[in-house]
Design a protein around this ligand. Structure first.
Ligand code: UGA
Length: 432
């Protein structure tokens, strides 16, 4: 099949490269010429384990191309995937669909024969109907079919998630397109992925409902962790005990800092905005957003308590500052709230992240990047483990620090409290 991916962000790039690897001819288009130039040389603008190797491999075998020529790419392809961003609108919480509608207009000008147009971007319910309207205006009758095929990739695990998905959701009101897409995904469904065909509107909502549900699950376990701290219970036992019930499941029941990233914060807000338009009150998701917002302040209060409310001139280290491990993405990371707040209170902060220094902290007083774990924690009073990169999982703290009174606050529950306390460190974690 000849595929065109419009937008080379996470979704477009990862899906395009993986589709090429499955044997399709793929052209990935973006209006950012610098990005396309880099990609043509096999250089990847984002951090995603394994992606670079797949891009180079598929460029070599000529199944993968990159271009800025949208019109030609559309004309040359059978299936067009819209993979542009849908960020939160400035000034309100709904999704900004301007890029989606721009692309729809471009497609309507360029259509030359029957095309399947698939939205992979996360779009509010009824967006497919609006795209259909835009395309219909241009006398394109019977030349297209609009399908919703939401993506469930996680940053840092994107390639594995593409190749081994739990399910593939196809929302289409047209039999021919559904059949073609079923064939396209056959290499994945034949290895066990569930294929779920539904209406276009349902597919659009499945994506928002899934992200909101996962955000709810995390927020739920974070609040239970707060209760565990007061009752002498280990939250890990609760996560395991609950997760053993197949109706609940063990995944996304790990306590941690406030959830972040480019998706959960944006999509929970957007689904509420959609529901408001239909006069529906999504009170559970509203509470989730509120609770998650409070979480960074709650953890900051724990830091104050751990340091006996004496923050001024305290040397604090952050290990990991991105919103989670295995990504360089800082969007809505809880470190963006915690680090500036501690700096304001007079702390001297050093941080190390495997993906390097971050522009977000450049102008913040007394915040410096160190290029190794050792340098960042050498004279520290308190080390905060903020993300669970493998690099942080077996640190020999004894050899690395000169301080005797050295405190560790493990926000990802990586270490065993018993073992680390035996080593003589003051150790705090979440929900235990
Ligand atoms: C999320 C979804 O998991 C993907 O299925 C979806 O495709 C994607 O959004 C999207 O809409 O594009 P992602 O944002 O990459 O993926 O990150 P997650 O791995 O879901 O983590 C989100 C946040 O939840 C992170 O801050 C992470 O630390 C936190 N988290 C996750 C927990 O605190 N506990 C957990 O058990 C799991």
């Amino acid at each position: 099949m000849k595929l065109c991916m419009i937008g080379t962000g996470y979704v477009g790039l990862v899906s395009g490269v993986c589709f090429a690897d499955l044997g399709n001819e793929v052209i990935c288009v973006d209006k950012d010429i610098n990005k396309i130039n880099l990609l043509q040389e096999g250089k990847i603008p984002i951090y995603e384990p394994g992606l670079s190797e797949l891009v180079i491999k598929n460029l070599k075998n000529k199944r993968l191309k990159f271009s800025t020529d949208l019109k030609k790419s559309i004309r040359d392809s059978d299936i067009i995937f819209i993979c542009v961003g849908t960020p939160t609108k400035k000034g309100n919480s709904s999704a900004d669909l301007s890029q989606i509608f721009n692309v729809a207009k471009q497609i309507s000008y360029s259509i030359n024969k029957f095309k399947i147009i698939v939205t992979k971007s996360t779009v509010p319910v009824t967006t497919g109907d609006k795209i259909e309207k835009i395309l219909s205006k241009k006398n394109n009758k019977k030349k297209f079919s609009i399908v919703s095929n939401p993506e469930f990739l996680r940053e840092g695990e994107a390639i594995r998630d593409f190749i081994y998905p739990d399910r593939i959701v196809i929302g289409s009101n047209d039999k021919k397109s559904s059949r073609i897409l079923k064939n396209l995904y056959n290499p994945l469904t034949s290895k066990g992925a569930q294929y779920f065909k539904t209406s276009r509107r349902a597919a659009e909502l499945i994506k928002y409902a899934s992200n909101s549900f996962l955000a709810t699950k995390i927020t739920f376990i974070n609040e239970i962790a707060n209760l565990c701290e007061k009752t002498g219970i280990n939250i890990e036992d609760i996560s395991i005990g609950m997760g053993l019930d197949k109706r609940i499941g063990s995944r996304f029941l790990r306590t941690g800092p406030a959830y972040g990233g480019s998706c959960f914060p944006k999509d929970t807000k957007a689904i509420i905005s959609t529901a408001n338009k239909f006069k529906i009150n999504l009170s559970v998701i509203k509470s989730v957003i509120k609770s998650n917002k409070n979480r960074s302040n709650l953890l900051l209060n724990r830091v104050y308590e751990i340091l006996n409310k004496k923050i001024k001139n305290k040397k604090i280290t952050f290990l990991g500052v991105t919103f989670k491990a295995n990504t360089d993405d800082m969007r809505d990371s809880s470190s963006l709230i915690m680090i500036p707040s501690l700096s304001k209170k007079g702390a001297i902060i050093k941080y190390f992240d495997p993906t390097g220094s971050k522009k977000e902290f450049k102008k913040i007083k007394n915040v410096t990047y160190e290029n190794s774990i050792k340098k960042s924690i050498l004279k520290s009073d308190l080390v905060i483990i903020h993300t669970d990169w493998n690099d942080f999982k077996s640190i020999n703290f004894k050899n690395l620090t000169k301080k005797k009174k050295f405190i560790i606050f493990d926000m990802r529950n990586i270490y065993s409290p018993i073992k680390i306390k035996k080593m003589g460190f003051k150790y705090f974690s979440l929900g235990r």
